[in-house]
Ligand binder design. Structure first.
Ligand SMILES: Cc1ncc(COP(=O)(O)O)c(C=O)c1O
Length: 494
């Protein structure tokens, strides 16, 4: 039965009223509801500025909602079968930091896959938690890290019964999901909190055809990017919680520590309306999208030199499940790297893909994806194949061991340690003082506190040659290491 209360958009409705109310604004923001001139107002119009307010009377406070923000958050929680939701205006990045910092104290153990987003590593630094890393399933053919098996989580819990949390990615950037229900049940039997990174999983809440959402699986807390796959503005996300294990006072205090005291009303309104659309239209639109995605995959399978990944492939690789709104395309048989194809598709056909790895590229589909755009995707790859198939040598096979580096200290200890900046070649066997990653996907090759092996250096060099997206805080070919000689490790309590 469709629940009529979801027709309401409490925050957006009030915000519109406020914008039209002819108020004399002696508060911030300084554009005074669009009463200034600039190029952006000329371009987008004053109406957008009328919706940019900073907690005037009647519009509630994100830091302690008691009015229309609370009402909008309650609807969000209801739509996602959660007990509570918190709107976020600095993305799932803040949600992840807040989840980890509110659940883990310094030196608490948290069990997590190593292929986590950099915000998780930063959560470890800020909280002082000790990571117990699990090796994810590796796809040697595609060169990507996927889900984590139930057995690997069970083993980690058995070996670390004092762990306070298990962290699961639902789904990975590439759409692969773990058996979250089984993991959650086992963690709960052992009195361990389950948190989920659902940066790429907002659509799971709005369609039965999607893998299980964290809340359906019974997880305690999740950070979900409404902006990535549910149609709200960039940076707008939510935290969802279920059950009694989460300390809401601590979560609220942590969020208020991390978030701005001037949250964007536009972002909050965009979550409010995205929830309404997804609630009423998500099921039907996602079903339609999946049909179109299937058709596109089937057609693309006939293009020589490329391989399109489907659910069957993912399951054959032993992974638990797959979000079919992701199209993964292996391109290396064309003799091109994923990084080259990512550039070529934009330059030649004006097609913007989500990300590249050495052998693959990824296209993300949402209810905003049209048949026309999918046809362009197909035609772009067809053309690419016509141009390159059997022209170049095939790319060498993937060598992707994913032996993540040995841990020398907690990420927090290494973060606070005295540092040296050295060339990559001088860093072998030293302890990393920074995270180095390619973005996207933003999964670190090395994190603070890990030992920099020759493999790590080779990986960093490989990616800095192939991808323009290598991110470190430094110039190319340099890296921050811990100055071990001058390092007094933090005490266990810090
Ligand atoms: C797996 C994963 N987790 C978390 C994040 C952070 O999400 P947001 O961009 O909403 O801050 C991202 C962003 O790309 C991500 O890919």
């Amino acid at each position: 039965m469709i629940n009529k209360k979801h027709n309401k958009t409490p925050f957006f409705t009030k915000l519109k009223e406020y914008g039209k109310s002819k108020v004399a604004p002696f508060d911030v923001p300084g554009h005074k509801l669009g009463k200034i001139e600039n190029d952006l107002i000329k371009y987008i119009g004053k109406r957008t500025y009328l919706l940019d307010s900073n907690s005037p009377i009647g519009l509630d406070h994100l830091n302690k909602p008691t009015g229309v923000i609370r009402d909008a958050e309650n609807l969000m929680a209801d739509a996602c079968k959660a007990d509570k939701s918190y709107f976020l205006t600095n993305g799932t990045t803040t949600g992840i930091l807040a989840m980890i910092m509110s659940v883990c104290k310094a030196n608490d153990k948290i069990i997590l896959p190593r292929n986590v987003h950099k915000s998780v590593i930063n959560g470890l630094i800020l909280s002082g938690a000790v990571p117990v890393f699990i090796k994810p399933n590796i796809d040697q053919e595609l060169g990507i890290a996927n889900d984590i098996s139930f057995e690997s989580v069970k083993k980690a819990i058995e070996e670390n019964p004092d762990a306070v949390a298990v962290f699961v990615i639902n789904p990975t950037y590439f759409g692969v999901v773990s058996d979250l229900k089984k993991i959650t049940d086992y963690a709960h039997e052992n009195d361990i909190i389950v948190m989920a990174d659902e940066a790429h999983g907002a659509q799971f809440y709005f369609s039965q055809k999607m893998p299980l959402s964290a809340m359906e699986a019974g997880a305690d807390i999740s950070a979900t990017s409404m902006h990535k796959t549910a149609g709200s503005f960039t940076q707008s996300s939510v935290i969802l919680t279920l059950g009694k294990r989460i300390n809401h006072q601590r979560l609220r205090a942590t969020l208020n520590m991390l978030q701005s005291t001037s949250p964007s009303s536009l972002l909050m309104a965009s979550i409010d309306v995205a929830r309404k659309t997804m609630f009423f239209k998500g099921e039907e639109r996602i079903a339609k999208l999946l049909e179109m995605a299937d058709e596109t995959r089937e057609k693309m399978k006939d293009i020589p030199g490329i391989k399109v990944i489907d659910k069957e492939y993912i399951q054959k690789k032993g992974c638990f499940g797959f979000d079919e709104t992701k199209i993964i395309i292996k391109v290396s048989e064309l003799g091109l790297s994923g990084f080259e194809v990512y550039q070529l598709m934009k330059e030649k056909y004006n097609i913007q893909l989500e990300l590249a790895e050495s052998h693959i590229v990824l296209a993300i589909l949402t209810i905003g994806t049209s048949k026309k755009d999918l046809d362009r995707l197909y035609n772009g790859f067809k053309q690419l194949s016509d141009d390159y198939n059997d022209v170049r040598d095939k790319f060498p096979k993937v060598v992707f061991e994913y032996m993540f580096p040995e841990t020398y200290s907690r990420p927090r200890d290494a973060y606070h340690a005295p540092k040296l900046i050295v060339s990559l070649d001088d860093a072998v066997n030293e302890v990393a003082g920074e995270s180095v990653m390619i973005y996207p996907p933003g999964i670190p090759i090395v994190i603070p506190g890990e030992v920099i092996t020759q493999d790590v250096i080779d990986d960093i060099k490989f990616y800095s040659n192939k991808s323009k997206a290598l991110q470190s805080d430094l110039e190319d070919a340099m890296i921050t290491i811990v100055d071990k000689e001058n390092w007094t490790k933090f005490s266990e309590e810090d």
